[in-house]
Design a protein around this ligand. Structure first.
Ligand code: DON
Length: 304
């Protein structure tokens, strides 16, 4: 028997398929031709139940949705104070790839913009297990299955990532990054090139909703302190220069990615994920925004 939620999601999916605005991200050649007819919505509850509709098993690159999960790892590796010393928690009000660094210190505005996310990767411990392996394990533990890297997307990112290189070298010049920026950049590009499907993203969002414990495996992936901080910064900065409009319309901590994924979190309750690759001017999925807005309104999720 179909549940009322499944019926509701099917109806919503059908309605929003009619939206045709936006286009796939053109900055990474391997993603430029993504099929804009693809569209999926998944909801995962903190007790591990998943509702999904559309192309929910189709894989795409996680892109900037990697940032909150890398940030959580860095916070647990170094402690909040040490991370704060390098990365601020203020919205930049600017696009994701802006040079939003403090004039005197070079401290990036927050961990959701590229500059802050590159600094974040440098703070993830590169120990016995290499840094990217630890990042991939963190994402996999949140998703509840083993994720993998797309070598094609990674190569395409690396080929065109000159602005990110410039940011990393600026961070190095200020001493925000204390090591050779090149391996840091490689790991940042790799983190963005991890492949996920919409159900994975819903489970990752639900892990944040559940205080860092993955709802279906019961594994504690992140400390509650790190999760609280991650969700705070997602609330104020996760949607970049659209953060104010987003929080007004949807009222949930969120993160978008230029791969077409978008997550939103209702703490204590559920994780929402949407995928559709046509993006608006801020780099967020057009159908992702519309679906989140409708779900938040229809289910009364606006928490502020
Ligand atoms: O570093 C970049 O610019 C891309 N790999 C990720 C950007 C991104 O997903 C921005 N979010 N919407």
């Amino acid at each position: 028997m179909r549940s009322p939620i499944a019926d509701y999601l099917s109806q919503l999916h059908g309605d929003l398929l009619k939206l045709t605005a936006g286009r796939p991200y053109q900055g990474i050649p391997a993603m430029a031709g993504a099929d804009t007819s693809k569209f999926a919505i998944a909801l995962a509850t903190v007790d591990g139940h998943v509702y999904k509709v559309g192309d929910a098993g189709l894989e795409f690159s996680i892109q900037s949705i990697s940032k909150p999960f890398s940030y959580g790892l860095a916070l647990d590796d170094q402690g909040l104070a040490a991370v704060d010393a390098k990365i601020d928690v203020e919205p930049s009000g600017d696009a994701f790839n802006e040079i939003s660094l403090a004039r005197e210190t070079g401290r990036p505005a927050n961990a959701m913009i590229n500059a802050g996310a590159i600094a974040t990767v440098s703070l993830v411990k590169d120990a016995e297990t290499p840094r990217f392996a630890r990042i991939l394990e963190q994402f996999s533990l949140c998703a509840g299955r083993e994720l993998h890297l797309s070598e094609t997307i990674y190569a395409s990112e690396a080929l065109t990532g000159h602005r990110n290189r410039a940011l990393a070298y600026l961070l190095r010049s200020f001493g925000i990054i204390e090591t050779d920026p090149t391996p840091v950049l490689e790991d940042y590009f790799k983190a963005c090139s991890v492949m996920v499907n919409t159900e994975d993203l819903a489970m990752m969002a639900a892990t944040l909703a559940n205080g860092g414990t993955q709802p279906s495996t019961g594994v504690q992936v992140m400390s509650p302190e790190a999760v609280q901080r991650v969700l705070s910064v997602m609330t104020t900065c996760g949607m970049y220069d659209d953060a104010g409009a987003w929080i007004s319309a949807v009222g949930l901590p969120a993160k978008s990615g230029v791969g077409g994924g978008l997550i939103a979190v209702l703490p204590g309750q559920l994780g929402l994920a949407v995928y559709s690759p046509a993006l608006d001017a801020h780099g967020s999925s057009v159908r992702g925004l519309a679906a989140s807005e409708r779900i938040s309104r229809d289910m009364g999720l606006h928490f502020v």
